[in-house]
Design a protein around this ligand. Structure first.
Ligand code: 13P
Ligand code: ZN
Length: 280
C-alpha cells in the first residue's frame, strides 16, 4: 500500500510547476538547436514550501557525495538536469532526466528526493552551477537559476571575435538595441578550460560575482537569474546579438555601421541602467 502511495506521489511530482518549467525550457532550448545530444544543464533553487507539496524531504532515495564543499547552500533544495540526459527527452521522460535534490547540512553531499531514476547522476557541471549559485546569492538574494547551454552563435563568435571581455561585450551591445538594457554589466569570458571540473567551476563563479553571463570559448555560455524565464531571456538576448553579428560580419564588406558609443549611453540613460564603467 505504502509503495503504491509513493508511486502515485512520484507521478504527481511531474505536475509541479517547477518540473513543468524545466520540461518546457529544456525542450525549447533543444528546439533552438542549442542543446544537441546531452549538451546543456540547468539548476534551479526551489523554496521549501514549493517542494514539500510534492516530495517528502524525509524520503531520501540516495545520497550523492560532492568533492567540492558547498556549505553556503546547506539545506537548500534544487531541481537539476541529469548528466548525460538529452534535453530533447526531458519532456517525455522527466523522472529519468531531472532530479530534485537537497544539500545536506554539512554541504558535502546532496540527497536525491525524486527523479534521476536508474542510478542517474546530477549534471557533470554541478561544481560550476553550485559555486555560481553561491556567488550570485551574495549579489542578489532573489537569485534562483543557473543555466548552461551550447548557444550556437555565441560559440561561433568565440572563433572569430577577439576574446576580450570589453570588446566582446561592446560588440554584443551594438548588434541589438535591447542588449545594453538587458545585460548592462556586459559578459565575462573564461580562457578555454576542461569542462566538468572544480577549476572551471571556481573560475566561472568568480566571474559571476559581478556578471550574469559567462562565456566558455568554443563551448557555450552560463547565465544566472531570478527565474527560469529571466535567465532564458538573458541568454536568448545575447545569442540573438551573436547571431546578428555572425550574419552581418559574414556579409561581403563586413559590418559597415553599428550602434555608436553615444547611442549606447543614450539607451542606458533612457532605460535607467548603469552600463559597466570599464566597458563604456
Ligand atoms: P551533462 O550531460 O553532464 O550535464 O554535461 C553536458 C554539458 O554541456 C557539459 O558541459
Ligand atoms: Zn556544455
Amino acid at each position: 500500500m505504502k509503495i503504491i502511495q509513493e508511486l502515485e506521489q512520484d507521478q504527481l511530482v511531474v505536475n509541479a510547476p517547477f518540473v513543468q518549467e524545466m520540461m518546457e525550457t529544456t525542450y525549447n532550448m533543444w528546439r533552438l538547436g542549442w542543446d544537441e545530444r546531452n549538451g546543456g544543464n540547468i539548476s534551479y533553487i526551489l523554496k521549501e514550501d514549493e517542494v514539500i507539496g510534492y516530495v517528502n524531504p524525509e524520503r531520501v532515495l540516495r545520497t550523492i557525495s560532492l568533492d567540492f564543499p558547498v556549505v553556503e547552500l546547506a539545506n537548500k533544495y534544487f531541481i537539476v538536469t541529469g548528466s548525460g540526459k538529452y534535453f530533447k527527452n526531458v519532456k517525455s521522460n522527466p523522472a529519468e532526466c531531472l532530479g530534485i535534490l537537497k544539500v545536506t547540512n554539512d554541504g558535502d553531499a546532496v540527497e536525491l528526493l525524486w527523479g534521476l531514476t536508474g542510478d542517474g547522476k546530477p549534471t557533470s557541471e554541478l561544481p560550476s552551477h553550485f559555486i555560481s549559485h553561491i556567488a550570485r546569492l551574495r549579489q542578489d538574494e532573489k537569485h534562483r537559476v543557473i543555466m548552461h547551454t551550447h548557444a550556437t552563435n555565441i560559440i561561433a563568435m568565440t572563433f572569430t571575435h577577439e576574446l576580450d571581455e570589453k570588446s566582446f561585450s561592446k560588440t554584443l551591445w551594438k548588434m541589438c538595441t535591447e542588449c545594453i538594457v538587458v545585460f548592462p554589466e556586459g559578459i565575462r569570458l573564461l580562457p578555454w578550460m576542461v569542462p566538468g571540473t572544480n577549476e572551471i567551476g571556481k573560475a566561472t563563479a568568480e566571474k559571476m560575482e559581478d556578471a550574469r553571463l559567462v562565456i566558455w570559448p568554443f563551448h557555450g555560455i552560463f547565465g544566472a537569474g531570478e527565474s527560469i524565464d529571466e535567465t532564458f531571456g538573458l541568454i536568448e538576448t545575447a545569442e540573438k546579438a551573436a547571431q546578428v553579428y555572425m550574419l552581418a560580419s559574414a556579409h561581403r564588406g563586413g559590418i559597415s555601421q553599428d550602434i555608436t558609443d553615444q547611442q549606447l549611453a543614450d539607451l542606458a540613460k533612457a532605460f535607467n541602467v548603469e552600463p559597466n564603467k570599464n566597458y563604456l
